[in-house]
Design a protein around this ligand. Structure first.
Ligand SMILES: *[C@@H]1O[C@H](CO)[C@@H](O)[C@H](O)[C@H]1NC(C)=O
Ligand SMILES: *[C@@H]1O[C@H](CO)[C@@H](O)[C@H](O)[C@H]1NC(C)=O
Ligand SMILES: *[C@@H]1O[C@H](CO)[C@@H](O)[C@H](O)[C@H]1NC(C)=O
Ligand SMILES: *[C@@H]1O[C@H](CO)[C@@H](O)[C@H](O)[C@H]1NC(C)=O
Length: 341
């Protein structure tokens, strides 16, 4: 198990950064991002440092956690320090889980698949979107959709106001899949060069994705960008209503953005490999590039309390929780970042 876990760590984290850094001339290091540190605390550590990939927060405050190195979904209570990672369900025909999102109150969609963590590629035909319903005495699980022709399935999100509409990032094909949360029908909603991984391969393109104000915000891990595209809904089908706009090139060169959380001010808190939480804010004028500030960890990945951050989500259940940002890491940490300051 351990070699596989180590490879997984490399596959989804360090490898991309190392590869990207090859292109950087050592004589011309790019400037570090500016820093404003927020208080943070490691509140959980998985046994055997199981890689944590993604996070969703239940109305009860509890966290639901996925790992690319396990087909088991775990729950963790963030209101306790060093709580336990309790297994909820182990998905069949899968060796790892990627995105998770709540698409109806108490009902979550989870991406399960067979992942090769060395090549960072998905076994053809292995991607299944499952739902897990907590509105029952015991959580009820069912397979919603098999994405037969998807090449990868990473982040997953919902379209506000359209409870049964799920969007899934295909990090290999450079596409966004739309999945109907009732029927399981799926289609490619958007496919764009800005979502493809570039050379060198293997690498991941579009990764985290979230929607606000009729725009799909996303990162491309290998191209190291934070971007958005306006959306239109026609007869239930989601399409791009304009061109993709790059909002920021992630600094410094060689850093790989992963999943992120949007806050109520429209800013994005992005997990960036190898060790930073970057806050992207829109310019006051509303036009031009977004600014980037490091709010936790650092650009060089030397903060042992913030190793290979993979995703972020705000707490729920109280005003204090809503300002608390929970970050998962490739080293199996759950880090609480207090954004109230
Ligand atoms: C939590 O666990 C870490 C080790 O994983 C330990 O260093 C820390 O002291 C623990 N915190 C508390 C409050 O028990
Ligand atoms: C929605 O998309 C599907 C497949 O992509 C297509 O068959 C269908 O005609 C579309 N519906 C509308 C209303 O555009
Ligand atoms: C905005 O970002 C792009 C990269 O996404 C860069 O090429 C351009 O120089 C930036 N513009 C300014 C004014 O910084
Ligand atoms: C890593 O970054 C921190 C903060 O930016 C800095 O203090 C430290 O010297 C850096 N370490 C290395 C090894 O570059």
């Amino acid at each position: 198990m351990m070699p596989a876990l180590r490879l997984g760590f490399l596959a989804f984290g360090i490898l991309g950064a190392v590869q990207a850094q090859v292109a950087v001339s050592p004589s011309k290091p790019s400037p570090p991002a500016s820093t404003t540190s927020f208080p943070k605390q490691v509140i959980g550590q998985t046994p055997n440092s199981l890689f944590l990939e993604n996070i969703a927060v239940r109305a009860s405050s509890e966290l639901l956690l996925t790992s690319v190195a396990s087909s088991t979904i775990f729950t963790f209570n963030p209101t306790t320090i060093n709580g336990t990672f309790d297994p909820i369900y182990t998905f069949p025909n899968a060796n790892g889980l990627t995105g998770i999102a709540e698409y109806r109150p108490g009902v979550f969609a989870v991406v399960a698949s067979i992942l090769d963590l060395t090549t960072r590629r998905w076994a053809p035909g292995s991607i299944v979107i499952w739902t897990i319903d907590f509105n029952m005495p015991t959580p009820t699980v069912r397979a919603l959709a098999a994405l037969e022709s998807a090449e990868g399935a990473n982040g997953i999100t919902t379209l506000p106001g359209h409870p049964d509409t799920l969007l899934v990032a295909d990090s290999v094909a450079g596409a966004v899949w739309q999945v109907d949360g009732r029927t399981g029908k799926s289609r490619v909603a958007i496919q764009d060069a800005s979502m493809l991984p570039g050379a060198p391969t293997p690498a991941l393109g579009i990764n985290g994705l979230h929607i606000r104000d009729a725009h799909l915000y996303f990162v491309n891990s290998q191209r190291q960008i934070f971007a958005r595209v306006p959306l239109a809904v026609k007869g239930g089908n989601i399409t791009a209503a304009g061109v993709v706009e790059t909002l920021a090139a992630v600094e410094p060169v060689g850093e790989n953005p992963d999943d992120f959380a949007l806050d109520c001010e429209g800013r994005a808190w992005v997990a960036v490999h190898p060790g930073a939480l970057a806050l992207f804010s829109p310019p006051a004028s509303g036009r031009g590039n977004w600014t980037q500030v490091t709010t936790a960890g650092n650009d060089n990945g030397t903060d042992t309390g913030f190793i290979q951050p993979t995703s972020a989500a705000f707490g729920r259940g109280s005003e204090i929780q809503e300002k608390m940002l929970y970050v998962t890491t490739g080293a199996g940490q759950v880090v609480a970042v207090d954004t109230s300051g």
